[in-house]
Design a protein around this ligand. Sequence first.
Ligand code: HEM
Length: 291
Amino acid sequence: MNVLFLREHNRVAHVLREANPDWDDERLFQTARNVMIVILLNLVVQEYIVHIAPFDFPLENVAFLAEGARWNRSNWIAIEFNLLYRWHSLVPDAIGDGDTRLEPDDFRNNNPLVISRGIEDLISQLSKEKCGRIGLLNTPRFLIDRHDRSQPSVEERTVGLMPKARLASYNDYRRAFKLRPFSSFEDLTGDAVVRERVKRLYGDIDKLEWYVGIFAEDYGEEMMMGGLLTAMVAYDAFTQALTNPLLARNVYTENTFSPAGMTEIENTKCLHQIVVRNSNPDKHVHTSFKV
Ligand code: HEM
């Protein structure tokens, strides 16, 4: 994704330079950067959020929509959002089959892979891999185990943040989001292994920690996560994506992006377009959020 978005940024900068030969480098860079931010926001709302939403409804990223809304505020990230979005159980144990199968040591910290295989091949392979199921006891070992015995693992650091930030309990957050608090661990999950383990750890459902609770909660077939996590992620995604200052009435204009930049924004509807624009035209590439 870094390679892809760097190439797209440079492509947009080139288009802007052609249209505005008198601009200096700084203006070209900053305008290309702002155009890229809006393109990314559009893909996030119109393609990615649509894909993860529980129901099949079209969503549009509408500039000015947040203006005057009760939930509008400067866009900052809440600690809860930083934590609740760590969907590390989505990460598959391996990606692909046969000769090109990628194990965790292949798909992490491995820039030579991008150079040898090319983004066309890699994006096509990633687009065919199913992700894991969100929930406790489904996170790949390399995120749980320590690599260096003196350093905490990713999950250890993550769980450790919760008491450091002195967050409220799981049931307190349910109340805050107008959901009925659970009265027992039976309410929380039908998974006997998870239930027994959290029961042993916390004893009382009111003592259940929020970060553990949101990943322990049961959810239906059509859902991708439990009720409290769904409510919190939706709340944060909208209040943080749609409130971006670039989408404000006095900023989302040709004066900010230039007419050429505005055209780039309007002409970009999906990730696949960005991949095709920035890859070898002789190579077939498949980009999809769906398997
Ligand atoms: C191979 C896949 C992945 C690896 C190796 C990985 C690794 C990491 C690491 C090392 C951290 C920093 C932890 C810390 O020191 O506190 C982190 C944080 C995080 N991860 Fe992942 N992760 C992966 C996949 C994902 C996925 C699929 C998601 C969500 C869909 C995700 C969401 C997050 C978030 C929101 C944070 C906190 C970011 C921040 O504090 O700025 N990660 N991850």
